[in-house]
Design a protein around this ligand. Structure first.
Ligand code: HEM
Length: 460
């Protein structure tokens, strides 16, 4: 006879009202807080944070349950309110239900491996421009902040891909405005004692100014585009968004939706890729044998040739270096979903109203799924090894129907940037540099990544 067992409560620290957890997390930072509790409770546990229950999810099988098997029990509701309100409105990252389904259906074709090939020309051109800049910096001003350098390249690529924006001043202005908005949203979310948005404090004023300039910038471009003859539209994402019609309803996107999707793609697409590249340079500087193999592949396969879409196929190790940086230092170290129906996962009760926090940073270091998880070893991503591992053991882009829309875009872009720049340059860490990774909305190096830009001395 079958016995029905009641779901087990989740383990975890449960101090009174969760106040100690809040203090603990804000003092230690999210990564250290999770690591400390992971050592005590294992790869799934619940943390009471004030009135909210937070379920920390690390095991790949649990990631699969939430993102694929029972995905309909999990949605992006209140935990995304701040991002919705302060940054991207109702674009694809934050939309839910039928709106999300329709928008995803409309936009998915632009981001398939074939679809993104139309952006390769921009990626190649912008990286060659960065190489020129680096040639000059290496001789004249070799002390650089690596994140700033990478953000310049990825912001420029994504703005050209979305809006065909060519002006370097406009690119810098919008990049800075979006950074101000992101910082503001982060500080409002982590500090509920901040004055309301309408109080004219310096911080609030800076936010509203950035909000206005971002919206003005996008609205101006949309207005100009809508006035053009469609036959004259440039080949960019905005044109694709405007002309996309839903195969089921035949409808096009509303103007507000266009603005939110354009903003979402910029917001989601530039800092993540810039962080990825920053982490790659850090890892290479720390792992000379990996760097030597990368250089060997680039010298052997490229010679004097400039990389193109076709030559990238001959640079598999270069791509594995990027994937390994995404494993050890995932730019989105955690991502959240709200539990909208009571669920049972692996025998545990997951209560409606709690928030699950999926943690690529910890899944990617899970000793049951990765040998020597702390070591930087790109060979883990050779096809024969990828086949052997649990599909959700590696989820830097999420997984399931809501997997990152820009994942192929980002891998193509970083593949091109690394191939072109590492062929010629070997940025060095400062002698007493000690990296300090912290989880904000993204994984950031709190003390930056100051490096000395050197040309390779061993280039063949
Ligand atoms: C290394 C770079 C990137 C990383 C690590 C990354 C990571 C992620 C993650 C973790 C999610 C959330 C998945 C979930 O909630 O289940 C996501 C969603 C998303 N990303 Fe990315 N992303 C990257 C680059 C990009 C780029 C370049 C674009 C656009 C050009 C982009 C556009 C999006 C969009 C639109 C979504 C929402 C998808 C949906 O909910 O349907 N991302 N990304």
């Amino acid at each position: 006879m079958d016995t029905i067992t009641a779901p087990k409560p989740l383990p975890g620290p449960k101090p009174f009202l969760g106040l100690k957890n809040i203090v603990d997390m804000s003092q230690k930072g999210l990564l250290e807080f999770i690591e400390k509790n992971r050592q005590i409770y294992g790869d799934i546990f619940e943390v009471q944070m004030g009135p909210k229950k937070l379920v920390i999810v690390i095991n790949p099988e649990h990631v699969r349950h939430i993102t694929m098997m029972q995905a309909s029990n999990y949605e992006k509701l209140e935990s995304y309110d701040g991002v919705r309100k302060y940054i991207i409105g109702n674009g694809l990252v934050t939309s839910t239900g039928e709106v999300w389904k329709r928008q995803r259906r409309l936009m998915a074709p632009f981001y398939t491996p074939r679809g993104i090939e139309s952006f390769a020309g921009i990626m190649l051109r912008d990286t060659l421009a960065a190489r020129e800049r680096w040639r000059q910096l290496a001789t004249e001003q070799p002390d650089i902040e690596m994140f700033d350098e990478m953000a310049l390249v990825t912001a420029s690529i994504v703005l050209k891909a979305i809006f065909s924006t060519e002006s370097p001043e406009a690119i810098l202005e919008i990049k800075e405005a979006v950074e101000t908005m992101t910082d503001y949203a982060g500080s409002k979310l982590t500090n509920p004692l901040k004055p309301p948005d309408w109080v004219p404090t310096g911080e609030n004023n800076r936010y509203w100014k950035a909000h206005k300039s971002t919206h003005d910038f996008i609205n101006k471009i949309i207005d100009a585009r809508l006035k053009m003859d469609e036959a004259d539209y440039p080949d960019d994402l905005l044109s694709k968004l405007i002309t996309a019609t839903d195969p089921e309803t035949g409808e096009r996107m509303s103007r507000d939706m266009l603005r939110d999707e354009a903003l979402t793609n910029f917001f989601a697409g530039y800092e993540t890729s810039a962080r990825t590249m920053t982490h790659v340079w850090y890892a290479l500087a720390q792992n000379p044998e990996v760097k030597a193999r990368l250089h060997e592949e680039l010298d052997r396969e490229l010679g004097v040739e400039e990389p193109s879409l076709a030559t990238l196929k001959r640079l598999p190790y270069t791509l594995r270096v990027i994937k390994e940086a995404l494993r050890l230092y995932p730019p989105a170290p955690v991502y959240a979903k709200d539990v909208i129906e009571d669920d049972v996962m692996d025998g545990y009760r997951i209560s409606k109203g709690s928030v699950v926090l999926l943690c690529p940073y910890f899944t990617h270091r899970h000793p049951e799924f990765w040998d020597e998880p702390q070591s930087f070893n790109p060979d883990r991503h050779a096809p024969e090894n990828e086949k052997l591992r649990h599909p959700q053991a590696f989820h830097p882009f999420g997984s399931g129907p809501r997997i990152c829309l820009g994942n192929h875009f980002s891998l193509l872009e970083t593949h091109i940037i690394l191939a072109i720049l590492a062929r010629e340059f070997d940025p060095k860490l400062l002698p007493d540099y000690d990296a300090n990774f912290v989880a904000k909305s993204l994984l950031v190096m709190e003390n930056g990544l100051p490096m000395t830009l050197e040309k390779r001395s061993d280039q063949v």
